[in-house]
Write a new protein. Structure first.
Length: 387
C-alpha cells in the first residue's frame, strides 16, 4: 500500500511516499519558502535527485503539484497512492487518528484560535489534496493522539470545572508523533523522559510506553520557552499589561511572536543565533540560555517524581539532536541522580547513540526524530481497519 505523508508548515511542505507495511521510503521531497518567487524544491528517489532554486511557488497548490509531478519517476500514475496522511495538530472532540471528514475539519476550524500557526497550514494543504486527489482517503494523525493516556488529574486545569466540561479547557499535549517514536525506540525502558527540543519544544513523561504527562497545555504556548513563544508565564500578565496601555494584539504578539528565546536574547530566537551571541559576550543571550536550560531541568525533575524514578532520558528534535552543550549541561545537572556523561560521544558523535557512560544510573540517548514513521504507521493501521 502506497501512502503519502505530508507535513505542512507556515512556509514549507515536506513529503514522503512509503510502501507499507514494509516501511520502504520510495521518494521524499520538500518545498521551502512557499508563498514566494524564490522557493526551493528538493526531491529524492531511487531514480533521481532534484534541487531547484528560484521557483515561483505562490501557494500550497503549486508546491504540492510540483512534488506530485516529480513522482512520475516512482509511480505510473497518481492513482497508485492509496492514502495521504497528515501530522495534524488539533481538532475539537477528535484527539486520536481520524479520516479527515468534514466533521473533523470543522473541529480543526473550531480550534483555529488555539493553534493558528498550525491548523491554518494543514487546513489549506488538506484542501489542496482534496482537489488534486479527490478519491484518495485523507487521514489526520493528531499530535494529541499519543497523550490520550495522560491521567485526568494531570490533564485538567484548576479552573471552574464547567470550563473543562463545556469548553474542553484541558492539557492536550502535543509533539505526540515525536514522543511516541521515542517510546517505541526505548520500549525496553519502563520510565522515560523525552525531550523534544527545537523551535517548538516539549517534555514528555512516558511510563510503560504510554504518555502520562506533557509540558504543553491547552495550546502550544505553555511549557518550556520556545524560539519565539514564551512557554509558561503568569496569565495575569495580560490584564496587568493592558492596564499599562498595551493592546491585546500587542500582548499576544509579545507572547507568541516576540517572546521565548527571541524576546530574552534579542536575536532571532534560533538557538544557533542565541549561541553565537552568547559566545560574543551578550549577557541577554546567556540569560536566555540559562532560562531555557532551567525550564528543561524543572520539567525533568517534576516528571522524575511523577514516574517514581527514571530509567532513560532522550533528546530529540533539531536542538536536542544537534546542540551538544545543552545536553552536556543537562547531564551535568543530573550528576546527583547518578548520571555519568560520555563526553566524547556527546560532543563528537552523530545519529542515534547512547551519550551516557557505563555505570550511569540513567541511560541518556540522542534519537533523531522520525515523526513521519509514526504518522505512516497510524495511517496504515486506520486504512487497514477500514478495509
Amino acid at each position: 500500500m502506497k501512502i503519502l505523508i505530508c507535513n505542512a508548515g507556515s512556509t514549507s511542505l515536506k513529503f514522503k511516499l512509503w510502501e507499507m507495511p514494509g516501511h520502504a521510503v520510495l521518494a521524499d521531497g520538500k518545498v521551502e519558502r512557499v508563498g514566494s518567487k524564490d522557493a526551493i524544491f528538493h526531491y529524492n528517489s531511487a531514480a533521481r535527485h532534484i534541487k531547484e532554486d528560484g521557483l515561483d511557488i505562490p501557494d500550497y497548490t503549486r508546491g504540492i503539484r510540483r512534488f506530485l509531478d516529480a513522482l512520475a519517476d516512482t509511480v505510473e500514475n497518481l492513482d497508485a497512492i492509496e492514502a495521504v496522511g497528515f501530522k495534524t495538530v488539533l481538532s475539537k472532540d477528535h484527539y486520536g487518528v481520524h479520516f479527515l471528514t468534514e466533521d473533523v475539519l470543522d473541529g480543526m476550524r473550531a480550534y483555529f484560535p488555539v493553534a493558528p500557526a498550525h491548523n491554518g497550514p494543514y487546513l489549506e494543504a488538506i484542501g489542496v489534496f482534496e482537489k488534486l486527489l479527490p478519491d484518495v482517503p485523507r487521514v489526520g494523525v493528531f499530535e494529541t493522539a499519543f497523550h490520550r493516556t495522560i491521567p485526568l488529574e494531570r490533564r485538567v486545569f484548576p479552573v471552574p470545572y464547567e470550563w473543562y466540561e463545556k469548553y474542553g479547557c484541558m492539557r492536550m499535549g502535543y509533539h505526540g508523533a515525536s514522543h511516541g517514536y521515542i517510546a517505541r525506540k526505548l520500549g525496553s525502558k519502563r520510565r522515560v523522559i523525552s525531550c523534544h527540543l527545537g523551535g517548538s519544544g516539549s517534555i514528555c513523561a512516558i511510563l510503560d510506553g504510554k504518555s502520562v504527562d506533557n509540558s504543553f497545555g491547552f495550546s502550544l504556548q505553555m511549557g518550556i520557552p520556545h524560539a519565539s513563544r514564551t512557554g509558561d508565564v503568569d496569565v495575569y500578565l495580560i490584564p496587568y499589561l493592558m492596564k499599562q496601555g498595551l493592546t491585546l494584539d500587542e500582548i499576544f504578539d509579545g507572547l507568541g511572536k516576540n517572546g521565548g528565546m527571541k524576546g530574552l536574547s534579542g536575536t532571532s530566537g534560533d538557538l544557533r543565533d542565541v549561541d553565537a551571541a552568547m559566545r560574543a559576550g551578550s549577557s541577554r543571550a546567556k540569560l536566555a540560555m540559562d532560562v531555557y536550560a532551567t525550564a528543561i531541568l524543572r520539567y525533568i525533575g517534576a516528571y522524575t517524581m511523577e514516574l517514581g524514578g527514571l530509567d532513560a532520558l532522550a533528546f530529540t528534535g533539531g536542538i536536542g539532536e544537534n546542540y551538544a552543550p545543552l545536553r552536556g549541561r543537562i547531564m551535568a545537572a543530573m550528576a546527583h541522580m547518578g548520571v555519568i556523561p560520555d563526553e566524547e560521544r556527546n560532543l563528537n558523535g552523530s545519529g542515534e547513540r547512547l551519550i551516557s557512560a557505563p555505570g550511569s544510573s540513567i541511560s541518556v540517548h540522542v534519537i533523531p526524530a522520525d515523526e513521519e514513521y509514526m504518522v505512516v504507521n497510524e495511517t496504515y493501521r486506520l486504512c487497514a481497519q477500514k478495509n
